[in-house]
Design a protein around this ligand. Structure first.
Ligand code: ADQ
Length: 502
């Protein structure tokens, strides 16, 4: 923390994300804040503690303004959103335009100029707030697709900052991204960063290709030379590359080894009627997660007699998500109807085929479910990473259990010993589920052990250290004598299919 100017407090490390990592508890009087620990908090908390950082984000309540406050070693700076901005910037442009576009058009994105205008306005507000509280030369880390304009806005206001951006979701191929009427603005927004991180090398390559085609700029390996606004000289060199996110492996491992979790896992199995095979799905209720495909495959396995309800039970836990958006309401209806149909046809007094829970659970309960499950089904149609897959592996302390993992989840690049599936291929998915159910113990152990070993080194601490270390290096090179990359060829390696400027 630094104090400069009058009495304004500024911070050497600033995280900017759509949401602050807190929930407001209105059951107490006065209302209080409680931390809502997510993956990102775990990743940045150690840095926050060592440098005393600040987190800029929306507090979760529309039409309300809150003063900055401290909670558990973090300084939280709320950014207000009106009810209309929630509809247009968040539910609209972020979740009904960008989300489906970036997840390969699983549903149709909607394009509305009023949503875009709101997205610009909100991004400006986030950038302004961060610019006010960042100390000279501070490291600022912007997160995710809701805030893609913030890097360039910040650079314009505060060229002294080291600016990083991390995209938690996929970045689509050019042929899909090209639909976006505001594609040039989005790319320019991201290029304000010194470092743009993606989940997979393919996402970073898609981004660089979009830059080459849309903005007619060349790239050299991960580097993109970004000109000043007047185009006269180089402003900085942005780097775009992969930093696959991970989990706090050690923490989950020790949670799964605790006697309470072990007892609870046994109890869960007992309450489910001690099935021979317990299969588990855990997702946000989102159409990208392939929940319908998974349930369809399971239902067909029961229909054709490949498995019986006495032999295998599926537990599907789905966290409520984005319920004001039509596609999400439809998905919930579809899932509940499919579960009802399967249970109607196959459950008996003693064995229920599918147990479906539409709730969120505390961490320790999640760990108990992971520990209880013999087979974990992660069948995303497209997913930036998918932390659930990694969490399952981290909790398999006995080196047992089988992970069935979609090849369209970023996690498939690290968890290479999983049984990989194309969830669109229902026949193939059924065969993979059966393979998982019948896999010999020796093979289960060999696969699980290898995945666990890798997760113990590639954890979330290493992810944030890699990203921030790289960012600091790039910013230091920029501030030093020579930029990291200077002369770049002007020829674009890709032939643009059509004119770039929307
Ligand atoms: P999400 O789409 O939310 O994240 P995911 O990576 O699976 O997907 O993370 C979900 C988190 O929520 C996990 O930590 C999981 O344990 C937790 N969770 C899910 N259901 C729960 C429940 N019922 N109760 C309690 N907790 C539950 C986005 C991207 C991903 C990317 C992450 C991180 O879409 O691809 O992996 O960000 O970058």
């Amino acid at each position: 923390m630094t104090t400069h100017g009058s009495d304004a407090t500024t911070f050497d490390f600033v995280v900017i994300a759509n949401r602050l990592p807190v929930d407001r508890d209105d059951s107490t009087s006065p209302s209080t804040w409680k931390a809502s620990p997510g993956g990102l908090v775990t990743a940045v908390a150690p840095v926050m503690r060592s440098t005393r950082g600040a987190w800029v984000g929306w507090a979760g309540a529309a039409d309300q303004e809150f003063e900055p406050f401290d909670l558990e070693d973090m300084h939280l700076v709320p950014v207000p959103l009106s009810g209309q901005e929630l509809e247009r910037y968040y539910e609209g442009f972020s979740n009904a335009t960008l989300w489906p576009l970036y997840h390969d058009l699983i549903v149709h994105p909607a394009y509305h100029r009023t949503w875009w205008d709101s997205y610009v306005e909100v991004n400006e507000r986030f950038a302004r707030r961060a610019a006010e509280i960042a100390a000279p030369g501070a490291v600022v880390w912007v997160h995710d697709y809701q805030l893609q304009l913030v890097p360039a806005l910040l650079r314009e206001a505060r060229p002294d900052l080291a600016i990083g951006f991390f995209n938690h979701i996929p970045f689509p191929g050019w042929e899909i991204f090209a639909q976006l009427p505001w594609r040039a603005q989005i790319l320019e927004g991201l290029l304000g960063a010194d470092l743009i991180g993606f989940q997979r090398p393919a996402d970073a390559a898609n981004f660089r290709r979009a830059v080459r085609i849309t903005l007619k700029r060349s790239t050299k390996d991960t580097a993109i030379s970004v000109p000043t606004a007047d185009g006269e000289r180089e402003s900085h060199v942005a780097h775009a590359r992969a930093f696959p996110i991970s989990i706090d492996t050690a923490q989950l491992d020790s949670l799964a080894r605790s006697q309470e979790t072990i007892d609870r896992a046994r109890e869960i199995r007992r309450e489910l009627g001690d099935p021979e095979v317990l299969m588990l799905g855990v997702d946000r209720m989102d159409y990208t997660k392939g929940i319908r495909h998974r349930i369809k495959a399971f239902g067909e396995l029961l229909n054709d007699g490949s498995i019986s309800p006495g032999e295998a039970t599926l537990v599907q836990i789905a966290t409520p998500s984005r319920e004001r958006i039509e596609h999400y309401r439809q998905l919930r209806d579809d899932v509940e109807q499919a579960v009802g149909r399967i249970n109607g046809e196959h459950s008996t007094l003693h064995h229920q085929a599918v147990h479906y829970f539409h709730h969120s659970y505390p961490r320790d309960e999640m760990a108990a479910y992971y520990l209880a499950a013999d087979v974990m089904l992660v069948t995303a149609l497209r997913d930036g990473m998918n932390l659930v897959a990694k969490e399952y592996v981290a909790c398999r302390t006995e080196d047992d259990g089988v992970l069935v993992l979609s090849e369209f989840a970023g996690a498939a690049e690290q968890l290479t010993q999983a049984v990989t599936v194309n969830p669109y291929d229902i026949t193939g998915l059924k065969a993979s589920i059966l393979q998982a159910v019948r896999m010999p113990q020796q093979e289960r152990r060999r696969r699980m052990r290898a995945m666990r070993r890798r997760l113990h080194t590639e954890d979330v601490g290493r992810w944030s250290a890699d990203f921030l270390g790289t960012l600091r290096g790039i910013a230091a090179a920029r501030r030093g004598a020579a930029p990291a990359v200077t002369a770049v060829p002007t020829r674009t390696p890709d032939t643009p299919p059509r004119d770039s400027a929307p």
